[in-house]
Ligand binder design. Structure first.
Ligand code: ATP
Ligand code: MG
Length: 350
């Protein structure tokens, strides 16, 4: 990101983000997302109605609730290892939660439990008031890489999920004129999403013809076109150079505001976590029980609001650096194990 101009863009995005967050609490706030909804289509002469797109949840409603979640994996030598212990998370619309923690503390596992590709050993995960038992279109995910279909063009990649979810093979053949109309509309919608990530001119290329940053933009468009209520991101910018990374950080803040989705953003980069999120979860295996025994299974040892940042320059502020140091101390240092009663869980309790 070239300095003054792009810092300015970051500042504008963050300021706009704050203003929009306020507006998001009003009932009119659904406008932006609604503008992306497809026009009502005459009912197809097909046997069943297509599944409905998810609508944004009203502000303040619980969008995600993990209650007493414990998870374990089988050990190679037999038995099980507890990897997550008593995870409690409540997210309300619209929340942007960053998740950090030492390598191997189960950040990706937690995302898989929220996605529904794994179910917890004990406890429950609810999204939009419904028990999560398998992945569905209400929860989109962006991985660090390899999430695009190599044999599909950029625009086909973006359209793919929508088409898979809303049309079915028999319907395509039985109602071909209707299907062609619908397909055209999906492509128009995909082009809107590609314009938003400045890739409309690359719509006909294939993933191998794009840079890593461009591929991640396609993956973001691919997730957002489904209008998920929760967007899960697992180190989405981990493989990118710093400039592209900052550009995409701003993009995801803008998308969060525009689509009014809730975001769970896993990253290794603490500064990135604080910059994009309005709340920080620190997951760690480095803690001790009240009787001084080392903790078993990672727990949320911090759940706090992030310091306000309006530009990338804010990372140099003393307050920001102190916050980073405290997070490292509480969550990343095996020699500094806090007791359960010492966890800072302000955001969870508010
Ligand atoms: N399917 C599985 N079966 C057995 N063990 C697993 C499985 N999936 C993950 N694990 C183990 O669980 C632990 C946490 O893995 P996970 O990938 O969730 O951590 P992470 O915090 O995302 O790590 P990283 O920061 O390196 O991405 C690791 O020790 C891993 O080996
Ligand atoms: Mg991981």
């Amino acid at each position: 990101m070239s300095d003054p101009e792009d810092k300015n863009r970051v500042a504008i995005a963050k300021t706009a983000a704050a203003a929009k967050k306020k507006a998001a609490e009003s009932p009119d706030a659904r406008g932006a997302a609604a503008r992306h909804a497809p026009e009502p289509e005459p009912a197809p002469p097909a046997p069943e109605p297509a599944p409905e797109a998810s609508a944004p949840e009203p502000a303040g409603l619980p969008v995600l609730r993990c209650e007493h979640v414990f998870h374990r994996y089988p050990r190679a030598q037999g038995g099980y290892q507890l990897v997550l212990s008593d995870i409690e998370v409540l997210m309300r619309v619209p929340d942007f939660v960053s998740v950090v923690g030492p390598s191997g503390c189960c950040k990706s596992t937690l995302l898989r439990l929220i996605l529904g590709s794994e179910t917890p050993w004990q406890g429950t995960v609810e999204a939009g008031g419904r028990l999560v038992q398998h992945p569905d279109r209400n929860r989109g995910i962006v991985f660090q890489r390899y999430s695009l279909f190599p044999h599909l063009s950029v625009v086909e990649n973006v359209v793919f999920g929508l088409e898979l979810d809303e049309t079915w093979l028999l319907q395509k053949y039985l109602t071909y004129p209707w299907y062609r109309r619908i397909h055209r509309r999906y492509v128009e919608l995909a082009m809107e999403h590609l314009r938003a990530v400045k890739l409309d001119e690359h719509a006909q290329k294939y993933p191998h013809q794009l840079s890593g940053g461009m591929q991640q933009r396609v993956a973001i468009a691919q997730a957002l076109i489904m209008k998920p209520t929760i967007l899960l991101m697992d180190e989405p910018f981990g493989a990118l150079d710093p400039g592209t990374r900052e550009d995409l950080q701003v993009h995801i803040i803008e998308a969060y505001e525009q689509h009014r989705i809730s975001v769970v953003f896993v990253t290794h980069d603490l500064e990135e976590a604080l910059f994009v999120g309005n709340r920080l979860l620190v997951l760690s295996q480095f803690y001790q029980s009240e009787d001084g025994r080392p903790g078993e299974g990672a727990r949320i040892v911090m759940d706090v609001p992030t310091p306000t940042t309006t530009s990338t320059g804010d990372k140099q502020r003393g307050e920001f650096k102190e916050f980073v140091a405290e997070v490292r101390h509480r969550g990343f240092d095996p020699a500094q194990r806090q007791r359960v009663a010492q966890f800072d869980l302000r955001a969870a309790q508010s």
